[in-house]
Structure formats: structure tokens, C-alpha cells
Design a protein around this ligand. Structure first.
Ligand code: HEM
Ligand code: HEM
Length: 204
């Protein structure tokens, strides 16, 4: 329930986006690699971040990128404030949270696109799979050509697998920092940021 002192910060889209993103990332990690659970959770993540980017342009005040992208100097000042235990208060994402949101979105994009590439090369499926006709016609080509195609695909696959794995590990590290940041900021600002992400409201 909102009262006189509370201010609406996170709109319904942002709140549903956050909980759905959290759930799909958990399912992607929990589901066996390459399984349908993993693939569909990954697709959901990609869909969610595309919608979030659009919402960052046309969405409500505090959801807009322009509201939480600050200059490096402002971010550094905020971090210094955290160290001195007197950080400046912001209603929307604070400057450090803004950097985290963008880094999370970019990393999630790298994880899902590299996942789609692995899926395309290994299984020949998904939106990034090569034209099926090209695959069939290459089956008729001479065997030397086939060997070349095979080893190129093999190298490509290794590369995209490496990217997928490394970006997924980096994502875990970011999630750890994100939760740490939320905990520290909540404590220093004496406000419950998790509750705000659920109800949408912050006490003023
Ligand atoms: C946030 C989303 C995702 C996360 C966190 C994630 C994470 C991971 C991780 C940790 C692995 C194991 C890597 C290894 O040790 O080799 C993996 C493997 C895999 N992922 Fe994802 N993934 C995501 C999205 C996707 C998507 C969208 C696809 C494809 C549509 C995909 C396809 C695959 C495949 C095919 C493998 C098996 C790779 C292999 O053969 O080694 N993933 N993923
Ligand atoms: C898979 C794990 C998670 C991912 C990928 C993730 C990602 C994100 C993203 C992208 C945002 C920006 C929201 C927006 O403006 O649209 C955000 C905000 C937020 N997240 Fe998470 N999150 C995760 C887990 C969690 C958990 C477990 C918590 C609880 C401790 C949490 C608490 C928050 C809070 C409180 C905010 C708002 C921060 C602020 O007030 O500036 N997140 N998260």
C-alpha cells in the first residue's frame, strides 16, 4: 500500500521484468547445459533484455536509461561516499547501480547470443542457424571441401563455447556484486531496496 511519504519508483514492467529475469537466469543455470529447459530459459532472457532496452527508451521516468546513466565522475563520487559511509541518496538507481544495470544487460546479451551460436553450430537449430539449403548442398561438395567446412565449424564451435562459458561465469560474478551492492546500499541509505523492487515504492 502506498502512503503519503512513499513514492512510486519502479513501474509494473520493471518489477515483472526483474522477477522474470531472475527466474529465467536461475533456470538457465540449473537446467542441464544444452537441454530444452536451458535453451528456452535462455530465449526468455534474450526476449526480456530486448524489451528492457526498449523500455529504457520509452518507459516511465525511473526506468529510462537517461535517468540512471551518470558521468564517470558522479559514479566515482558515489563510490567514495559509500567508503565514507555517507553516500548521496538517489530516488532511482544510484550511479553505481546504473553502471551495474548496463553491465548486466550487456553481459546477458553476450551470454545469450553466444548460446544461440553454439546451438546453431552444434545442432543446426535456432535463429542463428545457417540456411538449411547451404548445409544440404555442402553435403554434395567434394570431400576436401567437406573436411575444410568441418574443421572451420569445429573451431567456430570451440570459440563460441568458450565465449558462452566465460560470459556465463562473468555473469555469476556480476550477480554476486549486484546482490552485494543492493545489500550495502540498503544498509547505508537505511532503506529496503529489495522491498522497493517488489512493491515499486520507496519511502521518501
Ligand atoms: C542467461 C542465459 C544463459 C546462461 C546463464 C547459460 C549458461 C551456460 C553454461 C554455464 C553452460 C556450460 C558451459 C560449459 O561448461 O561448457 C552452458 C552451455 C550451453 N548453453 Fe547456455 N546459457 C544461457 C543461454 C543459452 C542460450 C540462449 C542457448 C541457446 C539457444 C544456450 C545454449 C547452450 C548450449 C548448446 C550449451 C552446451 C555447450 C556445450 O556443448 O558445451 N545457452 N550455458
Ligand atoms: C539472476 C539474478 C539477477 C539478475 C540478472 C538481476 C538483474 C537486475 C537488473 C537488470 C536490474 C535493473 C532493473 C531495471 O531497472 O530494470 C536489477 C535491479 C535490482 N535488483 Fe536484481 N538481479 C538479480 C538478482 C537479484 C536478487 C537476488 C536481488 C535481491 C537481493 C536483487 C535485487 C535488486 C534490486 C533491489 C534492484 C534495484 C536496485 C536499485 O534500487 O537501484 N536482484 N537487477
Amino acid at each position: 500500500m502506498s502512503n503519503e511519504n512513499s513514492i512510486k519508483v519502479w513501474d509494473l514492467f520493471v518489477r515483472i521484468f526483474h522477477i522474470s529475469l531472475l527466474a529465467s537466469v536461475v533456470v538457465a543455470y540449473a537446467g542441464e547445459e544444452g537441454s530444452m529447459w536451458h535453451i528456452y530459459a535462455g530465449y526468455t532472457v534474450l526476449g526480456l533484455i530486448i524489451l528492457r532496452v526498449l523500455w529504457g527508451i520509452v518507459g516511465s521516468k525511473y526506468a529510462c536509461f537517461s535517468n540512471f546513466i551518470y558521468s564517470p565522475g558522479t559514479v566515482i563520487n558515489y563510490l567514495k561516499g559509500l567508503r565514507n559511509k555517507k553516500p548521496k541518496h538517489y530516488i532511482g538507481h544510484n550511479p553505481a547501480a546504473g553502471v551495474m544495470v548496463i553491465t548486466l544487460l550487456v553481459t546477458l546479451f553476450a551470454v545469450t547470443i553466444s548460446g544461440l551460436k553454439v546451438y546453431a553450430i552444434e545442432e543446426g537449430r535456432g535463429p542463428l542457424a545457417e540456411n538449411k539449403l547451404a548445409v544440404i548442398s555442402s553435403a554434395y561438395a567434394d570431400s576436401d571441401h567437406n573436411k575444410l567446412t568441418y574443421s572451420k565449424d569445429h573451431d567456430d564451435n570451440e570459440l563460441w563455447e568458450e565465449i558462452h562459458e566465460a560470459s556465463a561465469h562473468f555473469l555469476l560474478f556480476l550477480i554476486f556484486l549486484h546482490i552485494l551492492g543492493v545489500t550495502v546500499s540498503s544498509k547505508l541509505h537505511n532503506e529496503n531496496l529489495v522491498k522497493a523492487m517488489i512493491t515499486g515504492n520507496k519511502e521518501n
